[in-house]
Design a protein around this ligand. Structure first.
Ligand SMILES: Nc1nc2c(ncn2[C@@H]2O[C@H](COP(=O)(O)OP(=O)(O)OP(=O)(O)O)[C@@H](O)[C@H]2O)c(=O)[nH]1
Ligand SMILES: Nc1nc2c(ncn2[C@@H]2O[C@H](COP(=O)(O)OP(=O)(O)OP(=O)(O)O)[C@@H](O)[C@H]2O)c(=O)[nH]1
Ligand SMILES: [Mg+2]
Ligand SMILES: [Mg+2]
Lengths: 273, 291
């Protein structure tokens, strides 16, 4: 019943189920539910608005802007296997060019079968220069060469695609540090941005992924990929609150234009619907 | 950790002898919390708790000096029973036995196709890898490179092929050339994309494989139920492969998918290399889910 002292139990439970189903962490859901029970929120609409406010506040505001970013700049894309890095790099090349930048792609995945080929095909489609190495070659060398190419070819935005790696594999995480150092050696201040690609369909493990990668190569942003599916990426609130990493973009499909600046308000509304 | 959380629930009851139903309810709430944190879907967790509730109200638990341990044991055993119950394997005869791999984008289908091909080729079977992903850039190259690496033949689409057409071509080749197994690697798709579900349905109907296998990332969240259920309704799943278990995801998706389809988990992926494919051990995943 809608009396004083909070929204009714059905409303609270419905919200709880909706949030859990969207992969919001159980800890955060409990916190929200406790809040709702204490709050003098009136009725279903009041409860929803109260939850929306807390959730939106958990997402840091992104500040990245292509126009304002240094010239040249380097952006490193990292993440676990299959999270959407290569496709995201292609989309970012498109977005950078549309924003007046001159991108160059670095295919620093020298491990996976057809890893560099996949990015090279994208580069061709986008008419964007790309620097690649041979499979089995040294990823740090590719990165170094790509940074040199930025200068030689008068480009101003280096987008580095890296191999997928499990955050639990120490030697692979060390390799990422090595990539960062190689970049910094050839381009002062690089990488200016290090973004993690996070698959929207992941559960709570996405938080562990962000945490571990953040410790090794401090993350300045995240791209939530595959948000055009049915999954709601509720883990983003924990990542925002715990690590302060802003979500810069959302991947919304497999094509080069399927990337949109992340809209925090729309994201929260969609989650609560 | 679940066991310490349960210890916390029962700590204050020491010396009062028998537990009450209320104590067990509190303990089961902790279990539910552990399941949710392990990415088990809300309804699946709720139904699972309801199943084990009876077992947890038995004499053995209520009068035990270590009720927490008793409850964990019963939960663990029920999980193992559920996950390991239907111990089926791939159907690899009559030749050419079809194995269609499907799933969300990036789940590990192409890599798993090569892993399975390697396993069966080492058993002396003639395996054909069939590239049926016509969408992803360099998908066919990826499969061909992996095929070469594991020493297995691969066939790709011809210009103008539809996905079903590529599958038909592969099946025709498999029959004509006497292959024992044909593995169809399909492109990633969402279960909520009607065009892609229809495309999968067409491929499935065309090649009529003996095995229709969902490849699922072990870190998948609570959407795993909807994914599995929709694909199961559309093409009928005969099994699951859970990938990327070399990460630290708890793997609750395994329970969710089993609840939605009743399908056996046939293998698990434990790395990127062709040899990183292992048999499924229900007790290991049960322990992992319970944390
Ligand atoms: N629908 C949809 N699919 C996506 C999106 N981003 C990536 N994908 C798909 O996800 C799959 C994996 O994408 P990749 O770009 O290869 O992922 P990756 O992280 O580079 O993979 P690895 O390099 O193997 O670790 C491909 O099928 C992509 O087309 C997205 O935003 N929406
Ligand atoms: N660590 C680890 N990586 C895996 C495993 N299985 C696959 N991968 C990696 O996950 C990424 C995606 O694998 P793919 O085989 O391309 O996935 P897919 O399902 O075919 O992707 P799409 O065709 O785009 O839908 C690659 O980097 C693989 O090497 C696994 O068990 N462990
Ligand atoms: Mg890649
Ligand atoms: Mg594939």
């Amino acid at each position: 019943a809608l009396g004083r002292g909070g929204p009714d139990e059905d409303t609270v439970e419905a919200l709880e189920v909706a949030l859990l189903g969207a992969d919001v962490s159980a800890v955060l859901v409990d916190e929200l539910v406790d809040r709702l029970r204490d709050e003098r929120t009136r009725g279903a609409e009041g409860a929803r608005a109260a939850v929306a406010d807390v959730l939106a506040a958990a997402l840091p505001e992104p500040s990245f802007d292509w126009a304002a970013a240094p010239r040249p700049m380097a952006l490193l894309v990292v993440g676990v296997n299959g999270s959407g890095k290569t496709t995201t790099c292609a989309k970012l090349a498109r977005a950078a060019a549309a924003a007046g930048r001159r991108p160059l792609l670095a295919a620093a995945d020298t491990y996976r079968a057809a890893g560099a080929e996949q990015l090279a095909l994208w580069a061709e489609r986008l008419d964007c220069p790309v620097v690649a190495g041979r499979t089995g070659g040294d990823a740090a060398a590719v990165v170094f060469d790509a940074a040199a190419a930025v200068e030689a070819r008068d480009r101003d935005a280096l987008l580095v695609d890296t191999a997928g790696r499990m955050h639990t594999r120490e030697p692979l995480m060390r390799e990422l540090e090595k990539l960062q150092r190689a970049l910094a050696k050839r381009m002062p201040g690089a990488p200016h941005e290090t973004w993690i690609a996070l698959d929207a369909a992941m559960g709570q493990n996405a938080i562990a992924q962000a945490r571990f990668f953040h410790r090794v190569t401090p993350l300045t942003g995240a791209v939530v990929t595959k948000l055009d599916g049915s999954a709601r990426a509720g883990f983003l609130f924990s990542i925002g609150r715990e690590l302060g990493i802003p979500v810069c973009y959302a991947g919304l499909g497999e094509g080069p234009d399927d990337l949109a600046p992340f809209d925090r308000t729309a994201f929260v509304q969609a989650l609560l619907d | 950790r679940l066991s310490s959380a349960l210890q916390g629930v029962f700590r204050n009851l020491r010396g009062y002898g028998r537990l009450t139903e209320r104590n067990v309810q509190d303990a089961l709430r902790e279990v539910r919390r552990a399941l949710l944190e392990a990415d088990v879907n809300y309804e699946v967790a709720r139904d699972f708790i309801a199943r084990v509730r009876e077992a947890c109200l038995g004499e053995a638990v209520l009068s035990s000096v270590t009720p927490g341990q008793q409850i964990v044991k019963r939960i663990h055993d029920e999980l193992v029973r559920l996950l390991g119950g239907s111990r089926r394997d791939f159907t690899l005869s009559p030749a050419p036995a079809g194995v269609l791999l499907l799933g969300l984008h990036g789940a590990g289908k192409t890599t798993t196709a090569a892993k399975l091909a390697r396993t069966w080729s080492r058993e002396g079977r003639r395996v054909l890898l069939a590239a049926c992903d016509l969408r992803r850039p360099a998908a066919v190259e990826q499969l061909r490179a992996l095929a070469a690496r594991v020493g297995v033949d691969a066939i790709g689409p011809e210009p103008g092929d539809t996905v079903a057409g590529a599958g038909a071509r592969a099946l025709e080749t498999a029959r004509r050339e006497g292959y024992g197994v044909v593995l169809y690697d399909s492109g990633g798709r969402f279960q909520v994309d009607p065009d892609l579900v229809a495309e999968l349905h067409d491929l499935h109907r065309t090649v009529a494989p003996a095995n229709t296998v969902l490849v699922l990332d072990a870190a998948t969240g609570r959407e795993a139920v909807a994914v599995a259920r929709t694909f199961h309704e559309s093409v009928g799943l005969t099994g699951l492969v859970l990938t990327k278990l070399d990460g630290d995801a708890r793997g609750g998706a395994a329970l969710s998918v089993h609840a939605a389809t009743g399908c056996p988990i046939l293998r698990v992926g434990t790395g990127e290399k062709p040899e990183d494919l292992e048999p499924f051990h229900p007790d290991r995943i049960a322990a992992r889910i319970l944390g």
